[in-house]
Write a protein that binds this ligand. Structure first.
Ligand SMILES: NC(=O)c1ccc[n+]([C@@H]2O[C@H](COP(=O)([O-])OP(=O)(O)OC[C@H]3O[C@@H](n4cnc5c(N)ncnc54)[C@H](O)[C@@H]3O)[C@@H](O)[C@H]2O)c1
Length: 360
């Protein structure tokens, strides 16, 4: 019997969730979206049998659903995940897991009570470069990773002004929470250690400056709220003694958009990187996976060739959710990791506000 999935949210990410679920043999039975007519339109486009203008209606009428994926603005991840877990569904939620760590804790409690899977779309872990790197790390080839640098930096990447992305109450924050992928990937490579101390700073200089608008995003809202950062910098130390520095931005005067994790291990260093083309779009990007070692008195740089994956692992990540439910694959992420990640993000915001280091 194939897993039956309902999708909540008919936006741009639906195409990747749908492709991944179907690739893993699941059936997408229904789609729900709060905007009247949006679900019906998406259902027709993506060949989904049933559509609903409310999640309540989907859960009430579509009893056969085994699992739900949540692809809506960040504020609604927690309430919808808890509602679906309580209705007995496995849940795959878009990133960020929620607005903050306290919310993730509530989601974990609901998952534990229901006995259903709770997973998040940290799709950058599912990229071929990340999976290849993880094989070297798991084989012990890198030794212990002492230190890492995580970056997702954009020059002109504010995803619309005044909509949910720039409204803290709806998004939880700006690029630090939106582009959390590389911080997650660095912690994944490091073995997801427990954070100890965090020092962070956020900057808001360009969040209302239309010169920094991205090539994509949601429409601007006149009179809407823009109370999030346009850039964040931080330093995290872990209880293991490992350290991580991070730089995340929608708007900073850098040469070009860069998405990378670089690390230094006791046996090898490494880098997983996506460099975007000048238009900032996925189809012009260059992906890299490299290892740096000392061999026979020489510095040796290894370039690991991986399949081209324009979608940044989004399809494979959704497929992994289905395979994890079926017990065919280990899940790419756990709720406890999501909690640690959100603790780091909360602490960077708290440190930026107080001007002091924060202990977790
Ligand atoms: N993993 C990735 O690479 C990636 C990329 C883009 C966006 N995202 C995430 O996906 C989520 C959605 O982002 P988006 O850009 O598609 O947003 P969006 O503004 O396009 O919204 C998606 C849809 O959600 C619907 N919606 C809003 N609130 C709802 C509710 N309470 N119940 C049901 N439907 C509701 C909207 O009507 C809209 O059609 C965000 O959490 C974002 O961070 C992830």
């Amino acid at each position: 019997m194939s897993i039956k999935v309902g999708v909540i949210g008919a936006g741009g990410m639906l195409q990747y969730h749908a492709a991944g679920f179907r690739q893993a043999g699941a059936e997408i039975v229904a789609v729900a979206d709060a905007a009247p007519g949006a679900a019906a339109k998406a259902a027709e486009k993506w060949s989904i049998a049933q559509s609903y203008d409310s999640v309540d209606a989907m859960l009430a009428q579509c009893k056969e659903l085994d699992a739900v994926s949540i692809i809506v603005p960040n504020k609604f991840h927690k309430p919808l995940a808890i509602q679906c877990l309580q209705a007995g569904k496995h849940v795959f939620s878009e990133k960020p897991p929620a607005l903050n760590a306290a919310e993730v804790k509530e989601m974990i409690d609901a998952a534990n009570q229901s006995g259903k899977k709770l997973m998040f779309n940290f799709n950058n872990r599912a990229r071929p470069e990340s999976q290849a790197m993880m094989k070297y790390i798991n084989a012990g080839d890198c030794g212990r990773i002492n230190s890492a640098q995580a970056k997702w930096i954009r020059r002109t990447g504010i995803p619309g002004f005044g909509g949910w992305f720039t409204t803290k109450e709806l998004s939880g924050g700006g690029p630090l929470i939106d582009l959390l992928h590389m911080v997650d990937l660095a912690m994944y490579f490091m073995g997801y250690p427990e954070p100890a101390h965090v020092l962070g700073q956020t900057f808001h200089d360009f969040i209302e400056d239309k010169n920094f608008k991205g090539p994509w995003g949601i429409p601007d809202r006149v009179g809407g709220v823009t109370d999030v950062e346009n850039a964040a910098h931080g330093f995290v130390s872990f209880k293991t003694g490992q350290v991580l520095s991070l730089q995340v931005s929608w708007a900073e005067m850098i040469k070009r958009e860069e998405v990378s994790v670089v690390f230094q291990g006791t046996k090898a260093g490494g880098k997983v990187e996506r460099l975007f083309g000048i238009d900032g779009l996925d189809d012009t990007a260059i992906d890299t996976c490299e290892l740096y070692v000392q061999e026979n008195g020489h510095s040796v740089n290894r370039s690991i060739t991986t399949p081209v994956c324009e979608d940044m692992g989004r399809i494979f990540s959704a497929a992994n959710f289905i395979e994890a439910i079926e017990g065919k694959s280990a899940p790419f992420n756990t709720p406890e990791q999501a909690l640690r990640l959100m603790q780091v993000i909360d602490a960077i915001y708290a440190s930026a506000q107080s001007g002091r280091p924060v202990s977790i």
